[in-house]
Design a protein around this ligand. Structure first.
Ligand code: ATP
Length: 313
């Protein structure tokens, strides 16, 4: 064994590797027509917010997954779980045995429109790239991520980023540092992302969907102005009408936020989570109090963005 190999071995940790990963919202989600492969062409602006899942990876003889938090008893922990799929994809690419004990601490709700499953996959790639000493780095991990799901590459990088294609082609938005205050309102139960896209296609075919959003240019220029009132005007989500059509109560939740003075109220991704832009955290606390009082939400939380993507520590 040469010196280089010794160095590589020394770099592989034997203890747990813990990775925290944020949820995403879409500041702009423009949905084009369905492509021949069934995916819709997207132009979106992703934004990572301070609501986190956590993956801990330890050495093991086989590949196992345990979990705590939201979704226990509901989320399968077998090969269908995005955590296991991400681990197997990394092992296959790096040609290493897929062996690790993985534990998921879940705070991002299932099927909430916050890309929680994608976040867990991104965290797994980062954790195992370190535990296994494969050291592929973010860009190579992003290539593996794109084969697993459209939102996963973004969650490796975090921040605010433009997504094109089916969302997997990500380029960071070089906005001057700013801290945006959000209120996140969780709903009971989830919404299936494919069903929401299907509902949008149906509404469009019947001429009942709002006009599709244009490009993300207005949103990008609003981000540069660093004024939450300007950003509020530019936020938009083509999936919102479809999510409300499937879950009419979401319109009431959005109306509570509007009435409480939120600068903007919108469905996050495919829903049913709703997000509200506030002037600052104190204003956010007022909006959150009104949403809690309405009794329409399973829970309400303050968050801020942008935050980093999947990271050790
Ligand atoms: P997206 O907006 O990316 O579609 P979402 O936030 O609406 O995501 P997720 O919770 O990310 O929904 O996942 C949707 C489905 O993916 C779940 O209902 C579940 O069947 C499957 N899934 C697989 N692995 C996971 C995981 N680790 N966490 C959550 N869901 C997972």
């Amino acid at each position: 064994m040469g010196d280089g190999d010794d160095d590589d071995l020394a770099a592989v940790p034997s203890g747990p590797v813990r990775v925290r990963v944020p949820a995403k919202i879409n500041l702009h989600l423009g949905v084009g027509p369905a492509r021949p492969d069934g995916y819709h062409e997207l132009h979106t602006v992703y934004h990572a917010i301070s609501l986190y899942d956590e993956i801990t990876a330890r050495p093991g003889d086989t590949l196992t997954l345990t979990m705590q938090g939201l979704g226990v008893g509901e989320l399968a922990l077998d090969d269908s779980n995005l955590v296991i799929r991400a681990a197997n994809a990394l092992a296959a690419t790096a040609k290493v045995p897929a062996q690790a004990r993985l534990h998921l601490r879940k705070q991002i709700p299932l099927a909430g429109g916050l890309a929680g499953g994608s976040a867990d996959a991104a965290a797994t790639l980062v954790a195992l790239d370190t535990l296994w000493g494969t050291n592929l780095g973010r860009d190579e991990l992003a290539r593996i991520a794109a084969t697993l799901g459209s939102d996963i590459p973004f969650l490796l990088y975090g921040g605010t980023a433009l997504g094109t294609g089916r969302g997997e082609a990500v380029s960071p938005v070089l906005a001057r540092a700013n801290r945006w205050s959000w209120v996140v309102a969780f709903a009971d139960g989830g919404l299936s992302t494919p069903k929401v896209y299907g509902e949008l296609d149906r509404l469009r075919a019947e001429g009942r969907a709002p006009a599709p959003l244009g490009s993300s240019d207005e949103l990008l220029s609003a981000l540069r102005q660093r004024d939450p009132a300007v950003l509020a005007e530019a936020l938009g989500n083509d999936l919102q009408a479809a999510a409300i059509s499937l879950r009419p109560q979401l319109a009431e939740t959005l109306a509570v936020g509007d009435k409480a003075g939120a600068l903007a109220s919108l469905v996050s991704g495919s829903g049913p989570t709703c997000v509200f832009l506030a002037r600052d955290d104190a204003h956010g606390a007022d909006v959150a109090a009104a949403l809690t009082e309405s009794g329409l939400c399973r829970g309400v939380q303050l968050a801020h963005g942008p935050v980093h993507g999947a990271r050790i520590g």
